[in-house]
Design a protein around this ligand. Structure first.
Ligand SMILES: Nc1ncnc2c1ncn2[C@@H]1O[C@H](COP(=O)(O)OP(=O)(O)OP(=O)(O)O)[C@@H](O)[C@H]1O
Ligand SMILES: [Mg+2]
Length: 307
């Protein structure tokens, strides 16, 4: 369990984290979303006590993370890959971490196997994807109840992406708290049960994935019918909002597909299609964070250089 109350952090003129309160419960994967510069990595550093907040507080399993004598047993974190000693093998890197935290040599071999680095672990020279795996191995060393990963999917190959998704879901199913940030919405929608969304350091939403996808615009029912006109009129009188896509196709909000099907049956309308289109996580995320993004590309094409 991670709990933050009124957390703020300032870097000079930038208020990186602004009175942020949230909780990350055990037993679920919680996704941490927000535009570039929103304050996600800063929040994660505050959770680990690597930065001190200007105000507010955050606890891991009920206490500040820095108050634990053996912190790797409380929470494991992957903040940025490639934070290990370049000249050291993966095995030695983990061994140093393990020994300084009172963790057995045997556990090092176990976590290396778990992240698929077993054979490669004695050599130096790591690709980005291998570094991510090594970072995850380090996070798992103490078999902690809380795992926190900042963009762990970055640089992983497709097999690696599936592997981490499966691993994180399994760790959450064991009752652990799993908190991860990512900009990959399709991946997040497959992995996370809950979402915390921030923009410019402030909380925008804290909700379950299902509720997040169900609310807001973007979801609609599509109907194709040779009697689209009369059907549209009937649905409108019952309070639905109907948009004509073409002569025979309607897109409808404000009415459930079951009700539309029943109205069509009772009135003898033929339906060639009745389909529910749900907004994707990407749709909903962009809708919600549009005003909170610091960096947005200009529209239009790039003029040739020198013009
Ligand atoms: N060490 C630092 N010194 C000064 N400013 C910083 C520092 N770290 C972060 N910031 C600023 O704080 C804000 C939040 O940055 P942060 O890295 O937490 O965002 P983020 O949500 O992790 O972004 P991204 O998605 O790009 O990783 C940004 O405006 C950033 O420039
Ligand atoms: Mg970041």
């Amino acid at each position: 369990m991670i709990e933050a109350t009124g957390l703020s952090k300032r870097y000079g003129a930038t208020l990186a984290v602004d009175k942020l309160s949230f909780s990350v419960p055990p037993g679920q994967v919680t996704g941490f979303l927000g535009p570039n510069g929103a304050g996600k990595s800063t929040t994660m550093r505050l959770i680990l006590g690597l930065d001190a907040p200007a105000s507010g507080a955050v606890t891991v399993n009920g206490r500040p993370y820095t108050s634990y004598q053996r912190p790797l047993f409380e929470a494991g974190a992957l903040l940025e890959a490639k934070t290990f000693h370049g000249g050291r093998s993966a095995y030695n890197h983990l061994l140093c971490l393990a020994l300084s935290n009172g963790i057995s040599r045997g556990r090092v071999g176990k976590v290396l196997d778990l992240v698929g680095l077993g054979a490669a672990a004695r050599a130096g020279g790591f690709s980005l994807g291998m570094s991510q795996r090594l970072g995850i191995a380090a996070a798992l060393l103490g078999d902690p109840p809380v795992l926190m990963l900042d963009e762990p999917v970055n640089g992983l190959d497709p097999e690696g992406v599936i592997w981490i998704r499966t691993l994180l879901k399994a760790l959450a199913a064991e009752g652990r708290t799993v908190f991860l940030s990512s900009h990959l919405m399709s991946e997040m929608s497959l992995t996370a049960d809950r979402l915390i969304i921030i923009g410019r350091g402030r909380l925008i939403a804290q909700t379950t994935m299902a509720d997040f996808l169900d609310t807001g615009s973007g979801s609609f029912v599509r109907v194709r019918s040779p009697q689209a006109g009369p059907l549209a009129a009937m649905l409108t009188t019952r309070g639905a909002t109907v948009t004509r896509q073409d002569a025979g196709t309607l897109s409808i909000t404000g009415a459930a597909s079951e009700d539309i099907g029943e109205i069509a049956r009772l009135n003898g309308f033929t339906l060639a299609e009745l389909s529910v289109h749900q907004a994707t996580l990407e749709d909903r995320y962009l809708e919600l964070t549009r005003d909170a993004a610091d960096y947005q590309a200009a529209e239009g094409t790039l003029a040739p250089a020198g013009k």
